[in-house]
Design a protein around this ligand. Structure first.
Ligand SMILES: C[S@@+](CC[C@H](N)C(=O)[O-])C[C@H]1O[C@@H](n2cnc3c(N)ncnc32)[C@H](O)[C@@H]1O
Length: 301
């Protein structure tokens, strides 16, 4: 199926890559700015893991081997001004796709995160937290000339200064052993079982995405990821009974995402993943949400 894009005097078509049989997982192929301009729909939450612009031909260590830090052409810096113009453009399109009470999470390192935070404020977002993901198993620093890089940041912001956002404070406290959860999250990098359908070069762990999802959305919420990669966001969303739209440019990553969704269409596998992630029980029984009656609120394609 194809989705029509208008606005340039003539219609351009965007390939519709995959829609799962349960209709909770849709993938579109294309440049996120073009795709976001092509339809009208408001999401409750957006998670974005955009290019960090750090593919600079340096080296790192992975599983004891020296490897290039290059992730792909999409991650190369085009220079400070061009990188910032791109960040401004996609955040502005993403903002139009949020409900008034919606929130956005954007991940990054020092390469992009300061620019992201500045642009969020420029565009009227209110920053709620900057979560530090402290990696429990980071690769060593080869140069021995500075500290080991062992963290990433995730800025959490709401669309409006005035409209309150959703935060599941009680659940976060419970998951943190009965005390308030802090903004430093100690979580490991992806586990081997998360690579069963292949590995994306910058794949995020399901533990990170499921915590984000639980903190800021209710069951059946609509979640968007404009840089979907291997669709970790979508897999975490569906394991937690949230609905997902992912946008990604590269077919090989979309194929991997589709395989990951097909894997969890099996209830046994989904339950195993939930157990491994120590997720709290869903509020609705599986039988409730396999009899979907809320299709009226479906995506426009
Ligand atoms: C950092 S990765 C996301 C990884 C993802 N969070 C995961 O866990 O697999 C960014 C992804 O965005 C894609 N990408 C880069 N620029 C894009 C654009 N303008 N529109 C859509 N996708 C883009 C890349 O191909 C890459 O897969």
């Amino acid at each position: 199926m194809e989705v029509g894009i208008t606005g340039f005097g003539q219609e351009k078509m965007i390939p519709h890559f995959y829609k799962s049989p349960d209709r909770d997982f849709t993938l579109l192929q294309g440049d996120c700015v073009d795709v976001l301009r092509s339809f009208d729909f408001e999401f409750d939450m957006i998670f974005a893991d955009p290019p960090y612009f750090l593919s600079n031909d340096g080296i790192s260590v992975q599983s004891g081997k020296v490897v290039s830090v290059n992730k792909g052409d999409w991650d190369r810096s085009r220079g400070g001004e061009a990188d910032e113009a791109f960040t401004r453009e996609w955040i502005s399109e993403a903002r139009k796709k949020l409900t008034p009470s919606g929130t956005i999470w954007i991940s990054g390192t020092y390469h992009n995160i300061f620019s992201v935070a500045k642009i969020l404020k420029e565009q009227g977002f209110k920053i709620l937290n900057v979560v530090t993901w402290a990696k429990t198993n980071p690769p060593p620093n080869l140069s021995c000339r500075y500290f080991t890089h062992s963290s990433e940041f995730v800025v959490w912001a709401r669309k409006s200064d005035k409209v309150p956002h959703y935060f599941n404070y009680e659940l976060m406290r419970e998951l943190n052993g009965g005390t308030q959860m802090r903004d430093v999250w100690n979580l490991p990098a992806i586990a081997p079982w998360e690579k069963s359908c292949g590995k994306h070069p910058t794949q995020k762990p399901l533990s990170l995405l499921s915590r984000i999802m639980l903190a800021s959305t209710r069951e059946r919420a609509w979640v968007l990821d404009p840089f979907s990669g291997s669709a970790t966001t979508g897999i975490a969303a569906n394991l937690l009974n949230r609905r997902f739209l992912g946008i990604e440019r590269e077919a090989r990553f979309l194929e991997m995402s589709q395989k990951r969704k097909i894997e969890i269409l099996n209830f046994g596998t989904a339950d195993t993943f939930r157990r491994k992630l120590r997720l709290p029980p869903l509020l609705h029984a599986k039988s409730d949400f396999s009899l979907r009656e809320d299709f009226s609120e479906d995506l426009p394609f």
